[in-house]
Design a protein around this ligand. Structure first.
Ligand code: PPE
Length: 304
């Protein structure tokens, strides 16, 4: 990632890509305390536009607030940095990464005295789970690791430290020949993928887990709204592992993963073993939406 041309925003300044560095004694590098966002800009008929920019920045503020970190920049400044990260790097479509971290002013677990820093970078990032994932679906395994209990790590914050758990899970899954991991909560109910929320379809009904141990995903909220547009209600409930096995359709939602069908869980075929009809409809609505083709949803796009 480091050896590229372009510009990265750090603490209010645009730096040449290769010069956007931190010291090895950076607090967040040692203890993982900080938070981030992931957004996408899509190509639309009116040029590149960022999808749900305001919602993502609001979640970044919420994440910082949960971690009791004072953000040194307001939403308008960060919004401008996100837009410019796309335009100044000449991107027509992009993944955008704002990150809040604590600096190298001091070490020791208590971060008092470490300054808060914010960076924003953008680059081109294709299909997150591989080229075929969106069309053909993926194979997942239920992880041997549980997702965080809300009193261990609060999952409403998109905190850097929650991702060590995601990394353990995804590495285990990939080593075992699967594409992605699904994590249960500490009570044994379905929580989320290592970096996606999950939806389940059974008998025409769209179900999702409650978000106690899962990120309150913005793509998840988008899916709920698009389902409502199609006349479908989404029900939030506790979902068990065997409900997954008996689902007609399963899909994952996330900014990076977009809408990825799941065709196998723990070596059990889901539905026909092909992406389901409802998954396809929601996928089509989603891509139409992010590309600005749904007039009633253009308000979710911010021109770059
Ligand atoms: N759960 C987790 C744990 C998660 O990381 C993400 C996003 C989601 C749910 C979906 O949230 P949303 O993007 O708001 O719909 N994961 C981000 C990080 C991916 C990465 O590898 O980095 C993302 O998709 O941007």
């Amino acid at each position: 990632m480091q050896d590229r041309d372009g510009f990265i925003w750090l603490d209010g300044q645009w730096l040449p890509w290769r010069d956007a560095k931190v010291h090895v004694l950076t607090h967040t590098l040692h203890y993982g305390y900080g938070c981030f966002e992931g957004l996408r800009a899509y190509e639309t008929a009116d040029g590149p536009a960022i999808f749900r920019l305001d919602e993502h920045l609001r979640r970044l503020e919420d994440s910082a607030h949960i971690l009791a970190i004072d953000l040194p920049f307001d939403r308008a400044t960060l919004a401008a940095a996100c837009r410019e990260a796309v335009s100044s790097n000449g991107l027509s479509a992009a993944y955008i990464r704002p990150l809040v971290f604590l600096g190298a002013e001091k070490l020791g677990v208590d971060p008092a005295g470490a300054a808060t820093h914010v960076m924003v970078a953008a680059w081109s990032w294709g299909a997150y789970l591989g080229g075929k994932a969106l069309d053909e679906g993926i194979r997942v395994r239920v992880s041997s690791y549980a997702r965080h209990h809300p009193n261990v790590q609060m999952c409403r914050a998109k905190a850097i430290s929650t991702y060590a758990n995601s990394i353990l899970a995804v590495r285990e899954a990939r080593r075992d020949g699967y594409d992605e991991a699904l994590l249960l909560d500490t009570d044994g109910y379905v929580a989320e993928g290592s970096s996606e929320n999950i939806f389940v379809v059974r008998d025409g009904e769209l179900l999702q887990p409650e978000t106690t141990s899962a990120l309150d995903g913005i793509t998840r909220r988008t899916v709920c709204a698009l389902a409502a547009d199609l006349g479908l209600a989404v029900r939030s409930k506790r979902i068990t592992r065997d409900e997954l096995y008996c689902a007609d359709e399963i899909f994952l939602s996330g900014t990076a993963a977009e809408i990825t069908p799941v065709v196998e869980v723990d070596r059990r075929r889901i539905g026909s073993g092909r992406p389901g009809a409802l998954t396809r409809r929601l996928q089509q609505a989603f891509f139409a939406c992010v590309r600005g083709e749904l007039p009633e949803r253009r308000g979710w796009l911010t021109a770059v």
